[in-house]
Design a protein around this ligand. Structure first.
Ligand SMILES: [Zn+2]
Length: 280
């Protein structure tokens, strides 16, 4: 493929790149049409209709060529290039492109989950996600609390992975320190405890199933002896984490099963609340 020797819109006069009248007008029009809400495809069609060739070897315009023009910062002028468009127009167009690309982005399951379960530890309000670019985002408190670090998705997910991997390597940390409550099991409790044991022995343990059995058992116990319900969740959770491999990427399934909420502190540190209500 022949590479266009000079940037569209210019010719080299021996010392500088100066605008070619027709092409410079086309550059201005591309920016103005995009600013007015036209799509890159429409702009390309328009240029083909008015008959301005992109280059000798590739006379017909397509979306990627329009994009290339909109991306080209030299059009605002520099040491070598005379300006064709204003800095304001260039900025307006690039902001518009960012906004449009943000709308098109598809959210992953992990992002969807985090949007519903991430809170600010300073005020307790939800944290929201602002998108500046396809892969560039920021997670901030909806009430405007400040954090010392900029929390992007990459930062947030690596902090979560680090914390969860520590739990996977040592699930015992999910136990509360003081578990000295005593109770006398009723018949129901004994029966349900046996049920729990049986389920734990099964291969391919279904966490959803065991969780409901455990919940049921915990509520029976709670009624008879005020045992903290979370103790039962704790044992199920520990078992769940014992069967996990350390994460390399965030995993929505794991978050849904094991985590209740995530809080971001002023220093950017995270607290993860697991389904047994323990905060780590
Ligand atoms: Zn806050």
């Amino acid at each position: 493929m022949k590479i266009r020797p000079v940037l569209f819109g210019y010719f080299f006069n021996g010392t500088r790149y100066v605008p070619v009248k027709d092409e410079a007008a086309a550059v201005s029009e591309i920016f103005n049409l995009y600013r007015a809400g036209e799509t890159m495809k429409c702009i390309a069609d328009h240029l083909n209709n008015i008959g301005i060739p992109y280059s000798d070897s590739k006379p017909l315009w397509d979306k990627s060529m329009v994009l290339h023009i909109l991306d080209e910062k030299r059009y605002i002028g520099d040491n070598e290039y005379e300006p064709i468009i204003t800095v304001e127009t260039f900025k307006e167009v690039s902001d518009l492109r960012v906004a449009k690309s943000g709308q098109r982005e598809e959210e992953t399951e992990e992002i969807k989950w985090l949007k519903k379960h991430t809170y600010c530890s300073q005020c307790g309000n939800p944290v929201k996600r602002i998108t500046h670019w396809r892969k560039h985002d920021k997670w901030i408190c909806t009430k405007g609390c400040k954090t010392e670090i900029s929390v992007t998705y990459d930062v947030l997910s690596s902090l979560i992975i680090e914390k969860i991997n520590a739990v996977i390597l040592n699930p015992g940390v999910l136990r509360y320190d003081s578990e000295n409550k005593t109770f006398s099991p009723s018949l129901d409790v004994t029966r349900i405890s046996r049920e729990n044991e049986r389920m734990s022995e099964q291969p391919n343990l279904n966490f959803g199933a065991i969780k409901s059995v455990i919940l049921n058992g915990a509520s029976v116990r709670y009624e008879c002896c005020e045992l903290d319900k979370s103790k039962e969740y704790t044992e199920a959770l520990i078992e769940f984490f014992e069967n996990q491999q350390p994460l390399e990427a965030l995993n929505a399934e794991l978050l849904k099963k094991a985590v209740k909420r995530i809080e971001i502190g002023a220093d950017g540190r995270l607290t993860i609340q697991y389904i047994n209500d323990i905060n780590i």
